[in-house]
Design a protein around this ligand. Structure first.
Ligand SMILES: [Fe+2]
Length: 454
């Protein structure tokens, strides 16, 4: 199978497996129909689940989160239900969203999500059955362990299937989807499990009407997930706008910093760094030249060679960059990377003349990404020299200006992905429109673009 079709093949395999397994489970629990089906109770839990499914939260990374875990866990623990028949059908029907009804998703997407919940709820039911014999009624520790095991079974299946689909659909590595989508809201998602058990207990002992009151904390939980997604979007949107402003001031026609960020991120990933480190290196790539805001335009835009005094002023931009970012707690981790992004491997760079491993790894990556990007893109005063000549130059100066390991790493990535590996950018080109053009474009494209929502 050609490499470029492999992800499509894997996506189809995942979808068919989930659809196949989900429909088998649904069939197996429904035929023959169990005794004692309480339709009113099934309807109640389905209605609660539907009410929560109506307010999904789109997390960064393409995963959609709900608070439907709580009523589904409640249905698993509700002894008045004919389980597993009831919980599987509540999961299948109750998790329907408005986007499914509006046909905004392809049919396979709608079915995948339904069967994801059926399999998750069934896994929780099986976990509960397996532990049932070893827990005495009224044993608090045993009950807590049972809630934990059922919750782990539900969340494991649910998150793995959700994250795997988002990863294959968007071509984003699984670890990255997990890191940006789930890891920050995981505690909130796990907290829904005991809440679900409590709903079942209250529903059984006080009455179903009392379980209905749980909608209030569940909507609050949903609100906290949406705040996380909004804050992240706001942060990356602002950084992206800032990086485009730097590009515009520096005289680039489009997305230089965005490409540096992608190249640097790809190198960091190839080196096996953690998702957090990769993200920081990508952010540093976007903002590496922010200090150029402090350099006069006559120097920045000068097409001729800079004289020594001008060079000296230009060489201050990493220091300006570090001072600009340092006061912001969110951007402070990037300060060292940005301060040293012009240090040469042999110690001949600036501002401090650091050498070899003394230079932060992020800075050694950025300098290679920046040089490669500069050589392979058109600038005002010269054209791209092309990938092969750019790699020749990087190889010529490895050990002098560049860390040889990083150059070899970039070479490996390009060999694997091809010379146009970093060409794709979702950023709009920077062009200075007239007011009429701007208004016309905004009328055509009302949707806010988010360059970092993968
Ligand atoms: Fe720079």
């Amino acid at each position: 199978m050609p490499a470029r079709w492999a992800p499509v093949g894997r996506l189809a395999l995942l979808v068919y497996s989930v659809l196949g397994a989900g429909s088998c489970v649904l069939f197996a629990v429904s035929v023959p129909a169990p005794q004692g089906i309480d339709l009113g109770r099934i309807f109640f839990w389905t209605a609660i689940t539907l009410a929560l499914a109506a307010l999904p939260v789109r997390l960064p990374g393409g995963v959609v989160a709900h608070t439907t875990t709580a009523p589904l866990i409640a249905a698993v623990f509700d002894s008045g239900l004919a389980n597993p028949f009831a919980v599987c059908w509540i999961a299948f029907v109750g998790t329907l969203e408005l986007r499914d009804l509006r046909r905004e998703l392809p049919l396979w997407g709608t079915l995948y999500n339904r069967f994801d919940y059926v399999l998750s709820a069934f896994a929780a039911y099986v976990a509960l059955q397996l532990t049932q014999t070893s827990v005495r009624p009224g044993d608090p520790l045993g009950t807590i362990s049972q809630i934990a095991i059922a919750g782990i079974a539900f969340s494991f299946v649910n998150l793995i299937l959700g994250v795997s689909l988002a990863s294959l659909r968007t071509g984003t590595p699984l670890s990255r989807v997990w890191s940006i989508s789930v890891s920050n809201v995981l505690s909130g998602l796990v907290a829904l499990v005991p809440l679900g058990w409590l709903m079942a207990e209250i529903g059984g002992k006080v009455g179903l009407w009392a379980a209905f009151l749980f909608l209030v904390p569940l909507y609050l939980a949903r609100f906290s997930f949406s705040k996380y997604a909004e804050t992240r979007e706001l942060f990356f949107g602002t950084v992206s706008a800032l990086s485009q402003a730097i590009d515009a001031k520096d005289g680039f026609t489009r997305g230089h910093a965005d490409r540096v960020s992608r190249i640097a991120g790809a190198i960091a990933r190839e080196l096996g760094l953690s998702e957090r480190q990769i993200e920081q290196i990508e952010l540093a790539g976007l903002l590496h030249d922010i200090g150029k805001i402090g350099v006069e335009d006559r120097i920045l835009m000068k097409p001729q060679r800079l004289d020594s005094e001008e060079q000296e002023l230009m060489r201050r931009h990493p220091i300006y960059g570090a001072s600009i970012l340092e006061p912001s707690a969110a951007l402070r981790p990037l300060v060292q990377t940005i301060l040293h992004h012009h240090e040469n491997y042999d110690g001949s760079g600036y501002p401090e003349g650091l050498k070899g491993e003394e230079i932060p790894l992020g800075s050694r990556i950025i300098i290679v990404a920046d040089a490669y990007e500069a050589m392979t893109s058109d600038r005002i005063y010269r054209k791209s020299i092309g990938h092969d000549r750019a790699m020749d130059q990087l190889n010529r100066f490895k050990g002098l200006q560049f860390d040889p390991t990083i150059v070899r790493c970039l070479q490996r990535i390009v060999e694997k992905k091809g010379a146009d590996a970093f060409e794709i950018s979702d950023l709009p080109p920077i062009n200075y429109e007239t007011l009429a053009e701007l208004r016309h474009r905004l009328a055509r494209e009302p949707v806010v673009r988010d360059a970092h929502a993968s």
